[in-house]
Design a protein around this ligand. Structure first.
Ligand code: SF4
Length: 428
């Protein structure tokens, strides 16, 4: 049996798509092995959100070729969509597939025959139509699965290349979303994470994001539904109101802010102000006291001086936002921001990134500390040397020592201390 190993760079949506590719390969007779193990086929699902992401993709491809020089190498996804030409110059790459066709990479493998020049499957036009995906995802632990329900984005944030890499906003057919959730439940997954590029814009046959959540709640076997990143202007208060009463919808939101300064938000072409963001998260935290809220921050956007950066720090210092994903601005080809004046020095960007990462860590610790001595419920996913790790509904990472097999079980735990980014607890 041929072996395939897969690697994902970038976002949760990419993880969902790698899982779908893994399932199609497994259904076609491949044995899926861990990344880095000897394999006949390696698939690298790439990201292009920043310059750093591009460079990480090239590194991953070169590493894969070094480790498995005889394997057939397929490079798929966002970086393949944007930079097929550049990737084709890396010696050892056999196949490059852009976003439109990547889920069916299995159809283009050509008997794993290596050639001197790679085959490129690329379409510069990405369909705008509602879509179906005729496969479920395959994940290496049987607890949490990502469920793709949307792709693309019609917002035009001035720094963002994603609409070019993934096309216009489109939704997955409602019945297809529910059908995948049912199959995932049958396979034993207890938690599904709703993923897409701009999931709050979901719409299929007149049904929106809240309707899809309410229907997924009825799927027997699914015990938790988690919303992944959702744009501030697309999350209505009715979602939080529903979350407050639902026993399945996780008390967790990840809402990208990007900057706490209104002049920068305007230059970014974001659709919200810092005040609107603050009002919403404060209200959500009042409505659901144990809610865990995370955000994305971009430092070093053109024109971000000390004052503008201070506004971001000031805003976030007091808001009930528990963790940050910090991105450093880099020019993306043909985006409006790449042509803006006021580029920020590399070292200044690095320092701002460090400051925000540290602030995020402090906020996360403070949030975690609030749970010492209380009881939380953890869905355990992975085990290493007798330690089991999982997540709470409000997205705290928690580890316990136990000889019991806890995989895919939701158990009561008392958190007692913090180690790194993880709460350490004891099973109740
Ligand atoms: S909302 Fe803005 S940042 Fe997010 S994918 Fe769309 S254009 Fe990019």
């Amino acid at each position: 049996m041929s072996k395939a190993s897969l690697h994902t760079l970038g976002c949760r949506l990419n993880q969902a798509e790698t899982a779908i590719i893994a399932k199609t390969l497994s259904d076609s007779g491949f044995e899926i092995v861990e990344w880095g193990e000897p394999a006949d086929l390696t698939v690298i699902n790439t990201c292009t959100v920043t310059e750093q992401a591009d460079s990480k993709c090239r590194q991953a491809v070169r590493q894969a070729i070094r480790k498995n020089p005889n394997a057939y190498v397929a490079v798929v996804g966002c970086y393949s969509q944007i930079a097929a030409e550049t990737i084709s110059k890396i010696k050892g790459v056999d196949l490059i597939v852009g976003n439109e066709h990547k889920l069916r990479v299995v159809d283009y493998l050509d008997g794993l025959k290596k050639a001197d020049t790679p085959v490129i499957i690329h379409s510069s036009k990405i369909s705008r139509d509602e879509f179906v995906i005729d496969s479920v995802g395959l994940y290496d632990h049987h607890a949490r699965a990502n469920l793709k329900l949307q792709d693309g984005c019609d917002f035009v944030c001035s720094f963002c290349i994603i609409p070019r890499a993934r096309g216009r906003a489109r939704s997955r057919k409602f019945s297809d979303v529910i059908a995948e959730a049912e199959k995932l439940a049958e396979m034993g997954y207890k938690e599904i994470v709703l993923t897409g590029v701009n999931i709050g814009t979901y719409s299929s046959g007149g049904r929106g994001f809240l309707e899809v959540i309410m229907s997924l709640e009825k799927v027997r076997g699914i015990e938790r539904i988690r919303i992944s990143s959702i744009e501030p202007t697309t999350i209505g208060r009715e979602i939080v109101e529903h979350m407050a009463h639902s026993d399945k919808l996780c008390h967790h939101l990840h809402i990208p802010l990007q900057s706490g300064d209104n002049s920068i938000l305007e230059a970014m072409c974001r659709k919200h102000t810092s005040e609107e963001f603050a009002d919403f998260v404060e209200w959500a935290a009042e409505r659901i006291p144990d809610i865990g809220i995370g955000t994305d921050i971009m430092v070093g956007f053109p024109g971000e001086g000390e004052e503008e950066f201070k506004s971001t720090r000031k805003l976030l210092a007091d808001l009930p936002v528990e963790y940050f994903h910090v991105f450093t601005y880099s020019d993306r080809d043909s985006t409006p921001a790449s042509r803006m004046p006021g580029k920020v020095d590399f070292h200044v960007k690095k320092e701002r990134s460090r400051i925000m990462i540290e602030m995020g860590q402090r906020k996360r610790y403070a949030f975690y500390e609030g749970y010492f001595g209380k009881t939380v419920y953890v869905l355990f996913e992975t085990e290493s040397n007798g330690y089991w790790t999982g997540f709470t509904s409000n997205y705290m990472k928690l580890r316990v020592e136990s000889e019991q097999a806890l995989r895919n079980q939701i158990r009561e735990v008392s958190p007692i201390r913090i180690e790194g980014d993880t709460l350490i607890g004891e099973l109740a």
